[in-house]
Design a binder for this molecule. Structure first.
Ligand code: BGC
Ligand code: CA
Length: 530
């Protein structure tokens, strides 16, 4: 198989609302992103992934799409979007869009027609609308629950019928699920793909790619041994991805389809990665992996096996817009950033060096290059719909803490993100992470990210597909990467004590120890030519 431009790509995720606000409404936009393109270019990434860009009432911050053929006016116009694609392409950076096929916004024309055109109107067929159960249909049709909490059904106008009707939403009520058994839906999404591919988009990240179809008859989850099987991951979905793959394969240069896929078993995941379907699936295991060399070894091993079985290269990621920022997951004590407590910093650097030496694709999340921690957003400022659907006893606060806007300039109000009120408040000390400070500091996290990304661009062994001896013992993770004329051992110390090692031919290490020190400090990683 020939080399593809996506094979070892480093992709940088842009969370629109939080990246850069140019028109001073407190929310990021296209003009802001274009103004900060140099930041991305200097990082040295191969591609960006844009969270949903479409017009949306922003009930789930873009994952509730009301028109798939345009750009959210708050972000800019279609013309600006086209110019932005050109800007990135001129710098050799590919652009991945988000596509949201499982559900639409309740403001989408289809749902609006279904709501307003009277019972039995054809638009109702585009959604999953059922009679309720119990007297007068007072209870939802089945026991399914929304990913954001609470029932996954909300009342739908019943137009004088005997029973209350309900519509299905696996997420927020503002996100009605589409009925993928209707061919209109197929056709519409094929047109959407072409619409954006024709504009030069280099691929799609498919939101909830295991969704779309539901089990026939919408059986109660409680009737199934395995709950996942009722609401998700139905066999019909594979024909859809076969069609999508054919469409993207018509385009040159190659386009890319990556799924956000959750399945009950590994065997089920394999089905999405058949040669005629998606090119890749995210691996989310590092987002939930404890600090343990055995754990990391197992996850790496599992991913390499999956690659072996499918031919689809792995995708490594440490953070995204749905999860707690990995600074805070792995280094919860901010105090640990003090000059005499560098372990957190070393761990954080090592995690990047680790994934950058693995075969496949890397997804970074905006702000991780600044070592942004999870922000503590006061409850009254929270915006995530998932927060509002929690029961009072829940500890889950939703996802706002990883979405607080980027700090650009330490000398400006709101760290240069906006002149007006940012859509989520920046906590105290946020300015200290600013790009303006880190840019000129050779020891900053930003410059560290730039240098490792740059190294991966030049060093073939880092991108190489050839990996073996993936091992973990005594809290030391180790593996070997190879090219024809180079062999490099990657060693990472997960323990709390120094680990003696033969430092001859060390290429890079992630602490500021002298390169000739013959021990790896706690949390430290080294690349060693062997
Ligand atoms: C996205 C979330 C979104 C959900 C519903 C996800 O998995 O990553 O941010 O809320 O899909 O579209
Ligand atoms: Ca704006």
């Amino acid at each position: 198989m020939g080399h593809d431009r996506w094979d070892s790509a480093v992709v940088y995720q842009i969370y629109w609302r939080s990246f850069m606000d140019a028109n001073q409404d407190g929310i990021g936009d296209i003009a802001g992103l274009r103004a900060r393109i140099d930041h991305i270019h200097q990082l040295g990434v191969d591609a960006i992934w844009l969270n949903p860009t479409y017009p949306s009432p922003q009930g789930d911050h873009g994952y509730d799409v009301s028109d798939y053929f345009d750009v959210e006016p708050m972000f800019g116009s279609l013309e600006e979007f086209d110019r932005m694609i050109d800007d990135f392409h001129q710098r050799g950076i590919m652009v991945l869009m988000d596509i949201v096929p499982n559900h639409v916004s309740s403001q989408h024309e289809w749902f609006q027609s279904a709501l307003t055109e009277g019972a039995g109107n054809p638009s109702e067929e585009h959604f999953i609308i059922r009679d309720g159960t119990g007297p007068g249909g007072i209870n939802p049709p089945n026991d399914w629950v929304s990913i954001f909490g609470g029932p996954s059904w909300s009342p739908f106008p019943s137009s004088g019928r005997h029973l209350q009707r309900w519509y299905l939403h696996m997420f927020d009520p503002c996100q009605p699920d589409l009925n993928w058994h209707h061919t209109d839906v197929h056709e519409r999404f094929e047109n959407i793909l072409r619409f954006w591919l024709d504009r030069g988009v280099d691929g799609f990240r498919i939101d909830v790619a295991h969704g779309l179809f539901k089990a026939p008859g919408l059986p109660n989850r409680s009737g199934f041994g395995d709950n996942w099987s009722a609401c998700w991951d139905q066999p019909e979905v594979h024909d859809i991805y076969r069609k999508w793959r054919k469409i993207v394969d018509e385009y040159e240069p190659s386009r890319f389809l990556i799924g956000e896929i959750h399945t009950a078993t590994r065997e089920r995941l394999l089905e999405y990665l058949r040669a005629d379907q998606l090119h890749a699936a995210f691996d989310f295991s590092f987002l939930h992996q404890d600090w343990s060399s055995d754990g990391f070894r197992d996850r790496i091993g599992a991913n390499l096996d999956l690659w072996n079985d499918t031919g689809c290269l792995p995708v490594w990621t440490l953070s995204n817009h749905d999860e707690i920022r990995h600074w805070s997951r792995y280094a919860p004590l901010l105090a640990d950033r003090s000059p005499d407590g560098q372990v957190a910093n070393i761990r954080y650097r090592s995690l990047l060096a680790l994934i950058m030496a693995l075969p496949g694709r890397i997804f970074l999340y905006n702000g991780e290059e600044l070592a942004l921690p999870q922000a503590d957003v006061p409850d009254e400022d929270r915006q995530d719909p998932a927060f509002f659907r929690q029961t009072p006893d829940s500890d889950y606060k939703g996802r706002d803490g990883c979405r607080v806007p980027m700090p650009w300039d330490a000398n400006l109000p709101n760290a240069g993100f906006t002149n007006s009120e940012p859509w989520l408040p920046m906590p105290e000390g946020w300015h200290d992470y600013s790009v303006s400070i880190q840019h000129d500091d050779p020891n900053s996290m930003l410059n560290y990210y730039r240098s490792v990304i740059q190294r991966r661009r030049i060093e073939d062994w880092m991108k190489s597909d050839s990996i073996d001896e993936v091992e973990s013992s005594s809290d030391i993770l180790s593996f070997v990467k190879k090219t024809e004329n180079k062999r490099v051992r990657v060693l990472m110390n997960f323990s709390d004590s120094d680990f003696p090692f033969d430092n001859d031919n060390t290429i890079m290490r992630t602490s500021d120890s002298d390169i000739s020190d013959s021990f790896l400090r706690p949390g430290e990683l080294a690349y060693i030519e062997i």
